[in-house]
Each structure stands twice: as C-alpha cells, then as structure tokens.
Design a protein around this ligand. Structure first.
Ligand SMILES: Cc1cc2nc3c(=O)[nH]c(=O)nc-3n(C[C@H](O)[C@H](O)[C@H](O)COP(=O)(O)O)c2cc1C
Length: 209
C-alpha cells in the first residue's frame, strides 16, 4: 500500500490548474493502487501559520517555553511525521510573483528542521528524508523554462533546493506554462502535463529510494 502526501497551495480553488492536475495525479495513483493512503492539505483552506518568534524557537529546538511554542512544536512534529510516512509527495505549486506561494513556504518552514529532516555532518548537510519521490506541478502564467524570463524563475530552483536539502532528490517537475496566453495554450499545457505525470508515475517506487 502506497502512502501519498498531497500539498495544494493555489488560491484559485476550482479554477486552479495545479489543483486540477494534483487531483488527477491522486486519481491515477488510486486507480493503480486503490488501497493507497492519502493525506492531503489545501493551504488556501487550512493554512499553516507563518513563523513567529515563538514558533521559530519551537521549531529550531529547545524545550517549548509557553503554550504557543508547544503548539508550534506539535504542528511541526505532525507535518514531519506525515512527510516521513509518505512514499510519494504530490505538490501543487503555482508561481506567485516569481516564486512559490507563501502558504507553501510556511509548510517548508515547519518541516526543514536540523536534526530531524536534515543534519550537518563532516561532509556537510545531509537530508534525512530518504526513499521518497515527489511530483511537483508547477503552474505559471508565463514562460520560464526558456526565453528571456528564464532567469526570473525562483519557483522551481527554490523547490528543488528545499526538497533536495531534506533528501528528496527524485523529483519530477511538471512545468505547466503560458496559462495566461489563452485557452489554446492552456489546453496544450494541460495535455503535456498529463503526459509528464503519467511518465513520472510509471517509474517504480523502488527507483525513488
Ligand atoms: C498572486 C499571483 C501572482 C502571480 N504571479 C505570477 C508570476 O510572477 N509569473 C507568472 O507567470 N504568473 C503569475 N501568476 C499567474 C499564475 O501563476 C497562474 O495564474 C497560474 O495558473 C496559477 O496557478 P493555478 O492555476 O495552479 O492556481 C500569478 C498569479 C497570482 C494569483
């Protein structure tokens, strides 16, 4: 039985292309493995709070010194447990102002924890979240995989860095671009995305380890 962690971060609800493709990805996984266990977050409905003085202290170590810190530690522990339990992570990540939605960044802020999801050893940083694969649906209004806007892309490199830092290096980035260029471009981008998702899921999980 596979275990899937699903993270949605679009604010567009039913009109969101990343939400659509994330849902389709989950349906495909369930089609192949009806017993798959799904844990899902939609941060536009149920956001992870941004870091504060208390939550940062709690997440960065030390014993919680007040109720706020205790709650933040509990939340972070729970999000990390969900991540460690999953074998596939499906992320919907629209481009907002050249990067990822702050709601999704808050999730990363709660799961990148020294000594828990990464550690510093003699050889440098080491990710502790091993044997996972991730499928990341990157939606964009414009074109960033090539052309003049390519250097402006802070979405894919940032996600690659954060996932890789905790040990998730088997990542398929599904680029869904030119969504603001009209319905024809959108339809073409979605068709291409479906093909890329199918290819990613066709890889056996063992190769992700
Ligand atoms: C707040 C906000 C900021 C955006 N910033 C960018 C941007 O910097 N570059 C871009 O190409 N598209 C940008 N867009 C367009 C979205 O990336 C595009 O609408 C995409 O389809 C949204 O993803 P979704 O359909 O998965 O929700 C922005 C959209 C919103 C709502």
């Amino acid at each position: 039985m596979s275990k899937i962690l699903v993270l949605k971060s679009s604010v567009l609800g039913d009109a969101s292309t990343s939400n659509l493709l994330v849902d389709e990805t989950v349906e495909r996984i369930l089609g192949a493995d009806p017993a798959a266990r799904i844990v899902a977050h939609d941060f536009s409905v149920d956001p992870i709070p941004h870091l504060t003085l208390d939550s940062a202290a709690a997440i960065r170590g030390g014993e919680p010194a007040n109720d706020e810190q205790a709650a933040a530690r509990t939340l972070s522990d729970s999000l990390v447990a969900e991540l460690k339990a999953a074998d596939t992570v499906v992320i919907g990540a629209p481009m907002y102002n050249f990067g990822i939605p702050s709601a999704l960044k808050s999730w990363f802020d709660h799961v990148l924890r020294a000594g828990v999801t990464f550690r510093y050893g003699e050889a440098g940083p080491e990710g502790l979240v091993k044997g996972k694969r991730a499928v990341v649906i990157l939606t964009r209004g414009g074109l960033y995989s090539e052309g003049p806007a390519q250097p402006l892309d802070s979405q894919e490199p940032h996600l690659r860095t954060m996932l890789g830092f905790i040990g998730i290096t088997d990542v398929t980035f599904v680029r869904v671009e030119k969504l603001a260029f009209g319905p024809e471009h959108r339809d073409q981008a979605i068709r291409s995305a479906r093909f890329q998702i199918e290819e990613a899921l066709a890889q056996p999980l063992a190769e992700a380890a």
